[in-house]
Design a protein around this ligand. Structure first.
Ligand SMILES: *Cc1c(COP(=O)(O)O)cnc(C)c1O
Length: 238
């Protein structure tokens, strides 16, 4: 806390452009890649705004045809659906829901139309306590997953997903950091008119440092990644 690595400064005082901090950023990313076995054609982004900002950022970046589908499994998926519905000209379809059962279980996910931009699921329904342990099969349609409350506590095959996001404060570290893992081809072109801070491609190009990242939260996340690795990785945690 008082002197990081002999720098005479706390991580909170270090410039985010310093080599000390760049090393923390690089180590955090490498550790997360190792823990989740993230393929090299995926970008790992350290952003802000919480999982709740991803409810808007995902459709803003990935909904090229403005046609997206959701599975409604509880409070958080409901919020994700509501945010997507606010977007101009967005076609939002709920293809499965367990609302009738008061969200006591998760529904079977039916086959999706192949002209949708993506299918959104919530892997762990934090409030309801229900879970999808594997990704649905979607015939090539990217699956977007909100993993806020079970990232790094359940094993998933990252390659089964187009994009994974999680607010860090539940399973990773302090509030203020949001992790996004996204397949590169999905962000090859930014959609027109995107604000810079909400543009995955720009964030990736800048190594999540288009502006000042939440440096201390990233540092603590790195320590947690090291701790999980020492314990034996995600399978040991699970
Ligand atoms: C807590 C939670 C959120 C909201 O996270 P914020 O980072 O506070 O926006 C979203 N989705 C799930 C599944 C959650 O558990």
């Amino acid at each position: 806390l008082l002197s990081y690595n002999g720098s005479g400064m706390s991580v909170m005082e270090l410039s985010h452009r310093s080599s000390w901090f760049q090393q923390i950023m690089d180590d955090a990313e490498a550790l997360l890649r190792e823990l989740m076995n993230i393929p090299s054609n995926y970008q790992v982004l350290f952003l802000q705004g919480g999982a709740s900002l991803q409810f808007s950022m995902v459709p803003m970046n990935l909904a090229k045809n403005k046609k997206i589908a959701f599975v409604d499994t509880g409070s958080w998926s409901k919020k994700a659906i509501e945010e997507a519905e606010k977007m101009k000209d967005m076609q939002v379809e709920v293809i499965a829901s367990s609302k009738e059962k008061n969200y006591a279980s998760v529904p079977e996910i039916p086959a999706v139309e192949t002209d949708i931009d993506y299918l959104h699921i919530t892997t762990n329904n934090t409030i309801e306590g229900t879970c999808y342990f594997t990704a649905p099969t979607t015939n090539g349609v990217p699956v977007v997953a909100d993993m806020s409350s079970n990232i790094l506590s359940s094993e998933y095959n990252v390659a089964d997903f187009g994009l994974i996001y999680a607010g860090a404060q539940k399973n990773i570290g302090p509030a203020g950091l949001t992790v996004v893992i996204v397949r590169e081809d999905l962000i090859a072109e930014s959609l027109p008119g995107l604000p810079s801070m909400l543009d995955y491609k720009l964030q990736a190009k800048n190594g999540s440092m288009y502006n000042t990242p939440p440096t201390f939260a990233i540092y603590v996340a790195k320590l947690v990644f090291e701790w999980i690795k020492e314990l034996g990785g995600v399978s040991a945690i699970e």
